[in-house]
Design a protein around this ligand. Structure first.
Ligand SMILES: O=C(O)CCC(=O)C(=O)O
Length: 307
């Protein structure tokens, strides 16, 4: 049974402490990416909204135009974040999941904002992007109310990308982890995409849903799909308006937690191994045991891989 991961791959999740100063956040992210690379990581992940504080009040003022993704890059003046990520991926010689940043798209008088992830290769070239597909709109009385859709628009595709020499990964952002369907489609491989060896979600859960659901969702997606799952949060800052849960983690294909941070700034590492995916799929062969005469095969529906 072939593994969707071709060779071992060292993953680093940077639980970054970001503040209000965008250029300080960018330099700090760069330092940490170089540190992760010198520790041997080849795939490095930053958190959701790593270049700004997280919250609807901040999206417009921190947003950057990203050009016409993925083909024509923005100028350095338009998007210092794009260029810092691209240059740092190259200098560090890593595949870089650039957390996410607020994106501004202008068309005539209309301004649209997205929560956007940029994924770069070790040559500094953009491999793909993902715009948060499911916006974080929740209302838990006595807990947390948040409505990203007041400011943001959702992306319109499922994102699977090659990590050349290793295999494919699926990219999602935070609330996207609550939705099993894209993960199932990506991990099973369909329409010439996938199958993926890892599902990677920069995210920023909070002190209400974090303790209940963060690890549970990471492990659930791992056991559903028998893939690695990585959740990468910002460090917690109790002086900020949004208090991130932290606890960046990697779950293996048996849903075992390989590494988990606490709430402070940290880099956590995990070695992903082909035989661990094969072992999980051989031992518990749910991939071959579906009863598709009883319920529909969701991989046969139409999937939007492009916007
Ligand atoms: O789903 C949650 O509980 C938190 C989601 C979130 O913080 C986000 O999507 O940014």
């Amino acid at each position: 049974m072939a593994s969707p991961l071709q060779q071992p791959l060292k993953l680093a999740l940077i639980q970054l402490a970001s503040g209000a100063d965008k250029s300080a956040n960018l330099s700090h992210a760069r330092e940490k990416i170089l540190e992760a690379a010198s520790a041997g990581a080849k795939l490095v992940v930053l958190p959701e909204c790593f270049n700004s504080p997280y919250g609807c009040d901040y999206f417009p003022s921190y947003a950057e135009p990203l050009g016409k993704l993925p083909s024509s890059p923005p100028s350095e003046k338009e998007s210092p974040s794009y260029h810092t990520l691209s240059q740092t991926a190259k200098d560090a010689n890593v595949f870089l999941v650039g957390g996410s940043i607020p994106e501004l798209m202008s068309s005539g008088n209309k301004e649209t904002y997205y929560n956007t992830l940029l994924f770069f290769g070790p040559d500094g070239k953009l491999i793909t992007y993902h715009r948060k597909l499911h916006l974080f709109d929740i209302d838990i009385p006595g807990g947390i109310t948040f409505k990203e859709s007041d400011v943001l628009s959702p992306g319109n595709k499922v994102t699977v990308a090659p990590v050349e020499g290793y295999g494919n990964i699926m990219l999602g952002i935070c609330y996207d982890v609550r939705f099993p369907e894209p993960a199932i489609l990506a991990s099973r491989g369909t329409s010439g995409k996938g199958p993926c060896f890892a599902l990677i979600y920069p995210g920023a859960f909070n002190l209400t849903t974090g303790p209940l659901h963060w690890q549970l969702l990471g492990r659930a997606r791992a056991v559903d799909n028998q893939t690695y799952v990585a959740l990468c949060s910002p460090a917690r800052d109790m002086g900020a308006t949004y208090h991130a849960w932290g606890h960046s983690l990697v779950a293996d294909p048996m849903a075992k937690i390989l590494t988990e941070a606490d709430e402070k700034e940290a880099i956590v590492y995990a070695e992903m191994k082909p035989q661990d995916i094969q072992g999980a799929r051989k031992g518990i062969p749910t991939g071959e045991q579906r009863r598709l005469k009883v319920y529909p095969d969701i991989t046969q529906g139409e999937i939007k891989w492009e916007e």
